[in-house]
Design a binder for this molecule. Structure first.
Ligand code: NZQ
Ligand code: ZN
Length: 389
């Protein structure tokens, strides 16, 4: 296990009716609130009205609605301007990863002298201050509610990149699983695929002897496999939604990734697909993950894949580890199919025309060619994309 610095300071208020705590929570940070949200699901669910009822009289609320899935730089810039004009004290971010990520970039952008894209492209640039963020999560997926990352799309350059700073880790996140009852089927499976992928990305890593991290990841993977079918067939099943919601936060708050080295594999490949074609992140990951697994299966990785099959899918460990490993990859694929995920790129509107360009960009925008679990060249990425057609 490698050295690490684990810091997960978000105060999680989990469960039914936790929204009642919102007035006390916001009061700690100030009176002028930027309320950020997406395309309108919070209005349809009634959450928007509930927020106004609880804090509308005491706080001055400025709104930034319409944050798009795969949030855009132009929306970040709009949010920064709103905060500066209105001297906003705190951002209340209500929605999924897109709304929270956009809010993180706004929070840091307010105190950055220049275009926020600078600190996204140049992850690691020193940021000194950010507005505090409180989130109300409405979809289980990214873990953004409890972490320090944010992914922003520059629609002009077709780049989707992430930045990280502890300054934007949410101070408080309200996780009421009933708010996810209205998440549609497509987004429910995309969210589960995203959680699963975060666990896979951390699990397949060159660092060995990380039994703590791996055991937690296995438990969370089994949770996602167990509860996703229920959430899909019974969207208002509280226990299913609750388990998925908590799995979302724990899968990407450092718990399963700290103590390991290297970079992820499928996320850099998927981010190019969403940057070029604006597809749903989790669906792109589901399509790529089994193809990536097939591509990197070799004598060095076979034991890990076989153990994954044994511990996550309860497969018997065959003496010939390749048999178990291949069955594990097949089970991964079949799981996404059973959920109903479209499992080819053409089904989400992607043809062969830009695959080569996207493969080159994936390598340019990350260090997967150097320090992924199995390093991937642009040709490797192209082969994985091509197998996904
Ligand atoms: O915009 P609204 O109307 O709210 O609708 C959203 C949106 O259309 C809908 N939705 C959310 N909650 C709902 C609901 N519809 C009905 N009822 C509800 N309760 O779902 C759609 C997707 O929302 P979005 O926020 O885009 O989903 P998600 O949470 O999957 O976020 C995806 C974004 O996060 C990034 C992705 O790349 C993508 O841009 N990621 C962020 C990470 C992070 N910050 O740590 C890590 C991830 O790997 C990921 O890259
Ligand atoms: Zn993800």
């Amino acid at each position: 296990m490698k050295n690490f610095d684990f810091h997960a300071p978000t105060n999680i208020l989990f469960g039914k009716n936790q929204l009642q705590q919102l007035p006390n929570v916001l009061e700690q940070y100030g009176k002028t609130v930027l309320l950020t949200y997406g395309g309108g699901s919070i209005k349809r669910s009634g959450l928007y009205d509930d927020i106004y009822q609880l804090v509308g009289n005491d706080a001055k609320i400025i709104e930034l609605g319409g944050i798009e899935p795969n949030p855009r730089l132009s929306t970040v810039i709009k949010g920064v301007e709103l905060c500066k004009e209105n001297h906003v004290d705190v951002i209340l971010s209500v929605g999924g990863g897109s709304t929270i990520d956009c809010s993180k970039a706004i929070a840091a952008g307010v105190f950055y002298d220049g275009n926020p894209w600078d600190f996204v492209v140049n992850d690691g640039i020193e940021l000194t201050k950010a507005l505090p963020i409180v989130t109300i999560l409405t979809i289980a997926a990214t873990g953004s509610e409890m972490n320090w990352g944010s992914v922003i799309t520059n629609e002009e350059t077709k780049e989707k990149l992430s930045f990280h700073t502890r300054l934007v880790t949410p101070k408080v996140s309200i996780l009421d699983p009933t708010y996810t009852f209205s998440v549609p089927t497509y987004q429910t499976m995309a969210g589960s695929a995203d959680i699963f992928s975060h666990l896979i990305e951390n699990y397949f890593n060159q660092t060995t002897d990380t039994m703590v991290q791996d055991g937690i990841a296995e438990g969370l993977m089994r949770t996602v496999l167990h509860y996703t079918p229920t959430a899909l067939t019974e969207p208002t099943n509280y226990e299913a939604r609750a388990n998925l919601m908590w799995a979302s936060s724990l899968a990407l708050n450092g718990l399963t990734g700290n103590g390991k080295t290297g970079v992820w594999s499928c996320h850099p490949m998927e981010h190019e697909l969403s940057a070029y074609y604006d597809i749903t992140h989790g669906i792109g990951l589901a399509i790529l993950t089994p193809r990536w697994m097939e591509h990197v299966l070799n004598d060095d990785t076979v034991e890990r894949f076989a153990l994954y099959g044994h511990r996550v899918f309860d497969l018997e460990l065959n003496e010939d580890l390749y048999i178990t490993a291949k069955e594990a990859i097949q089970q991964t694929y079949d799981t996404f199919v059973k959920w109903g995920v479209p499992m080819t790129l053409p089904e989400v509107g992607i043809d062969a025309s830009l695959l080569k360009e996207m493969a080159e960009q994936a390598v340019k925008h990350s260090s997967i060619s150097k320090n992924a679990y199995v390093p991937l060249s642009a040709d490797d990425v192209l082969a994985i994309y091509t197998h996904s057609l």
